[in-house]
Design a protein around this ligand. Structure first.
Ligand SMILES: [Zn+2]
Length: 472
């Protein structure tokens, strides 16, 4: 976004993104102790407010004081966690409903959205101007880390239902000389159209990429010359693969940024090789945006300590506290993701800990025949060992499990492989690679694997009634 765009955004939305960006500019050089001190202050303020204003916590958190029972950093004595506060999950939030909203909520100033839908009923989220200011400011600080200056041309590969409907009609996927989907929508959405042009921004539909649509996107990008390409990992992956296969030149961003899906090392390699630019991962969830961002050292994602507290439990489940949403507080919220946090120092100078492994959701795990549970990385490693990932025959895969110890393996075959499919020998090899771990493996081939709701591609779809904890 341009600087003028940000000034206008703050004015129109009542946010304070620019002021917060200046703060974060400073705080990224703070010591760990100073960052923890800030967390303690913000946590204290949040807890006091919710005890008074939020019906759910008037009961649950009765008598609670941060000072009495916080987790203290052994070195500094500063409180950085809140064990006496109950851990809540999606189910609790569903059940609490409006009791989790502040009495003082100003609905006009809240952005109301829904999250999820793939792993359960959607939640209604209320993000007030405070949390949006911090999340956006942290996000734009990340742009600096990527070397992207305000106003540089930026392309997004995302998905919306509306555009998804367009893709149902093949004729609509042919982009004309100067049009992108955003431009097609310009007449229907003049405000966002003007905003995007003003901000040097293009958005492409990640919902249903096919060859002609990908060709149109690449032609448009050759003219638009985005310095940043960002979006869903699997969408970027499809674009990178298309560019490589067709030897397309002239798309040279300074950085690529992906989100929302587990990033396998092989995919990072392909994307960086094709775009000749570093890839930056990021992490957040609907309940707390902007949780962590990858720095220029590329050894994990730094947790935005100024905005949230991220704890892990004994099963490596993330427990997140959004320090800035007073309207619908998420305190010690288990968001369903798992991962590993590393507290060792990073050469970039930022003193916050880093998420070094992100294992995704429990519902994205698969049960092997011996009863152990694995996530997508297990398959990525297994297939990589046998040369399947990013091979001539297969691009992406999807594992669907209805019953423990059994899977359906969906292989996405590359469109330009001679007979449009994997050879029999490849399928047998794939079976040999998977069968030691399962009682039954069914392999099917698809020209295109559909992303799930919202355009987010899922490598693992578990339909088991109760998803277990990840074991690997
Ligand atoms: Zn770093």
């Amino acid at each position: 976004m341009t600087t003028t765009g940000l000034i206008l955004y703050d004015l129109l939305k009542g946010t304070h993104v620019r002021r917060t960006m200046r703060f974060l500019e400073e705080s990224q050089t703070w010591t760990r102790e100073a960052l923890e001190k800030l967390q303690e202050e913000k946590l204290g303020r949040l807890v006091e407010r919710v005890r008074e204003e939020v019906p759910y916590y008037r009961v649950q958190g009765a008598g609670y004081r941060v000072q009495e029972s916080g987790i203290r950093n052994p070195a500094s004595g500063i409180i950085t966690g809140i064990p006496s506060f109950p851990v809540i999950d999606r189910q609790d939030v569903m059940e609490a409903g409006e009791r989790l909203l502040s009495d003082r909520i100003n609905l006009k100033k809240c952005k109301i959205s829904r999250t999820g839908g793939t792993t359960g009923p959607p939640l209604r989220l209320y993000r007030d101007t405070e949390t949006r200011s911090w999340a956006l400011a942290a996000y734009y600080r990340f742009y600096e880390w990527m070397g992207i200056a305000p106003g540089m041309p930026e392309a997004e590969l995302w998905g919306t239902t509306e555009i998804g409907n367009l893709s149902a009609e093949p004729g609509n996927q042919k982009l004309t000389q100067n049009s992108t989907l955003k431009t097609q929508n310009f007449i229907r959405h003049p405000v966002s159209g003007i905003r995007d042009r003003f901000n040097n921004f293009r958005s492409y539909n990640a919902f249903s990429f096919n060859e002609s649509y990908l060709s149109a996107i690449t032609r448009d990008m050759q003219r638009f010359r985005p310095k940043l390409i960002r979006g869903y990992l699997s969408a970027i992956l499809l674009l990178a693969d298309h560019i490589k296969r067709n030897n397309i030149k002239g798309i040279r961003p300074l950085a690529v940024s992906c989100t929302a899906e587990t990033l396998f090392p092989e995919y990072r390699k392909l994307i960086e090789e094709v775009f000749q630019a570093p890839l930056f991962d990021q992490y957040g969830c609907g309940e707390c945006n902007s949780i962590a961002f990858e720095c220029s050292e590329h050894n994990g994602m730094h947790i935005t300590m100024e905005h949230c507290i991220l704890e892990t439990d004994e099963n490596n489940h993330f427990i997140v506290t959004n320090l800035d949403n007073f309207s619908q507080p998420f305190i010690r919220y288990r968001n369903g993701d798992t991962g590993i946090i590393d507290h060792s120092p990073c050469a970039c100078g930022n003193n916050s800990p880093r998420i070094v492994q992100l294992h995704g959701r429990a519902s994205e795990n698969v049960i092997l025949k011996d009863g152990s549970s694995v996530n997508g990385i297990f398959f990525a490693n297994l297939l990589d060992q046998d040369g399947f990932i990013n091979s001539d025959g297969m691009l992406r895969f999807q594992v669907v499990q209805d019953r423990a110890g059994e899977i359906s393996f969906r292989a996405e075959v590359k469109p330009d492989t001679g007979n449009r499919g994997m050879k029999d020998t490849d399928i047998r090899k794939l079976e040999d690679c998977l069968m030691p771990f399962f009682n039954k493996v069914e392999i099917t081939q698809h020209e295109f694997l559909d992303p799930g709701p919202g355009g987010k591609f899922r490598y693992i779809i578990s339909k088991l009634p109760c998803s277990p904890q990840p074991g690997i």
